[in-house]
Design a binder for this molecule. Structure first.
Ligand code: FUB
Length: 459
């Protein structure tokens, strides 16, 4: 291996971060984000999530929209806002039920498959992974007679071009999608819908809710192919749920039960829901917990663990951790605009807007902060600039490195801009910063909300 300066700096940052104890999970702190569905596209991971509202209504899942985040390094996530919602469907008269989504790209179009609890599974389409998504069908996609069981769609396109959509709780069904991805082959199963045989060989054994012998399969399937083996990962034996999986030599089964991936634990929620990807040579397991401040069974948040497949393709038991992904696979360049809503961790703040209206950081109060990991200052930065908006007198941004109380490089005094959407770029000199650091933007000011924050850049 070539020993380069970057490699030495990387090892230094890694060792340092192990000492200061990087907490990376849950990966989004500004909203509750459940049912993670990662998609790798064009060197970027897009993370689609359902969204548990801050206020739970009638002690049940309160879920109105689907959110999207992206990352190129697996530690800093950029918020793209709510990319679709129940309102995306003109025919739908529903105030709740935006459950677990999955998005997939085909021929330059992005298909977002979503369940609406009690209304079955529908699809939205966009020219961009971050929307806007529109309804190409005008009604639900899966027109089954078991609409309440039609949740948790998962989609993959096989090497021969055949796309499969699996879903279901507590049974598992699939359709073979046509190339348009918004209709399916009606010549198989029952009007196109194939019911998977739920045997204990396929999905493990557990006593069913009716007291009769059943399988562990419960919901939240995640279907994919890797090295000629097909995987079905799912929430099992609920509730509380753990994550188990089965494999098959073909996309249509027969499936063989392979056991647990993530066991139950007190700090996990009563549901769990997973997604798995390979990205830049590493494998990542996405799941949800109730670990974010204020979290509980109806306020869940996405976490990620890196893992390695065993040599025979089996998946090891994965432990939920607070540290999550330890090493980033990319350093952030601070000399181009970085969106303020790109962060590895934050305290106190929220984001607002969407990709069409501009996403920004808001609800900034005294003492809140944003952490951005692994910023490569190279030979040195001397100036910091930020695009901000404040209808009051503003506040300030302390630019610190390696901890929220770490070395102070400089302070940007944010002055009023005449409106909380009246964006102005303001700047300050900083002490020269060199090498790779985690940057903490710490907000200071008086009572109440200080300003909105759109992007930043070093010079
Ligand atoms: O988020 C609502 C439901 O809870 C999902 O559809 C299930 O997979 C479970 O996570």
């Amino acid at each position: 291996m070539k020993i380069t300066l970057k490699l030495i700096i990387g090892i230094y940052v890694f060792i340092l971060s192990s000492f200061v104890g990087n907490t990376q999970n849950p990966v989004i702190q500004t909203y509750y984000t459940a049912d993670p569905a990662p998609m790798v596209y064009d060197g970027t991971v897009y993370l689609y999530t359902s969204h548990d509202e801050d206020e739970t209504v009638k002690n049940f899942f309160t879920m109105l929209d689907w959110r999207c985040y992206s990352s190129t390094d697996m530690v800093n996530w950029t918020d793209h806002g709510a990319v679709a919602s129940l309102k995306s469907f003109g025919w739908l008269d529903k105030q709740n039920g935006a459950w677990a989504p999955q998005c997939i790209e085909r021929n330059g179009k992005f298909y977002l498959y979503v369940p609406i609890h009690g209304e079955g599974i529908s699809v939205l389409v966009s020219d961009s992974p971050t929307g806007p998504f529109i309804d190409p069908v005008g009604k639900r996609l899966i027109d089954s007679d078991h609409i309440w069981q039609d949740i948790d769609p998962t989609v993959a396109v096989d090497d021969n071009g055949q796309a499969y959509l699996y879903w279901g709780n507590p049974k598992l069904w699939y359709v073979k999608l046509n190339e348009d991805m918004i209709s399916f082959d009606r010549n198989i199963g029952e009007n196109g819908i194939v019911s998977v045989e739920m045997t204990t060989e396929a999905f493990g054994s557990k006593e069913g809710r009716d007291g009769k012998p059943g399988t562990t399969y419960t919901e939240g399937p995640w279907f994919y192919k890797r090295n000629n083996l097909y995987y079905m990962v799912y929430a099992a034996a609920g509730i509380p749920e753990y994550i188990a999986y089965s494999t098959s030599p073909s996309p249509e089964g027969p499936w063989t039960y392979k056991g647990n991936i993530m066991e139950r634990a007190d700090h996990l929620a009563f549901t769990n829901h997973s997604g798995i990807i390979d990205f830049k040579g590493n494998s990542y397991f996405f799941y949800h917990t109730q670990e974010l401040s204020g979290g509980e069974g109806f306020k869940r948040s996405t976490s990620i663990e890196q893992f390695k497949y065993n040599s025979d393709g089996t998946i090891p038991l994965i432990k939920p951790t607070k540290e999550g992904v330890k090493e980033s696979v990319f350093f952030i360049n601070p000399y181009t605009r970085v969106q303020a809503e790109t962060m590895a961790w934050s305290e106190g703040v929220k984001t607002a807007g969407d990709m069409q209206t501009n996403v920004f950081v808001t609800k900034i109060n005294q003492g809140d902060y944003i952490k951005v990991r692994n910023i490569d200052f190279g030979k040195g930065a001397k100036k910091f600039e930020a695009n901000v908006a404040s209808d009051l007198s503003g506040g300030s941004i302390e630019i610190r490195i390696d901890s929220n109380e770490g070395q102070l490089l400089g302070t940007l005094e944010v002055t009023g801009t005449g409106g909380d959407k009246n964006w102005k770029t303001q700047s300050c000199k900083i002490d020269k910063a060199k090498g790779v650091h985690d940057v903490y933007l710490v907000f200071k000011g008086g009572d109440g909300e200080l300003f909105n924050f759109d992007w930043w850049k070093f010079h």
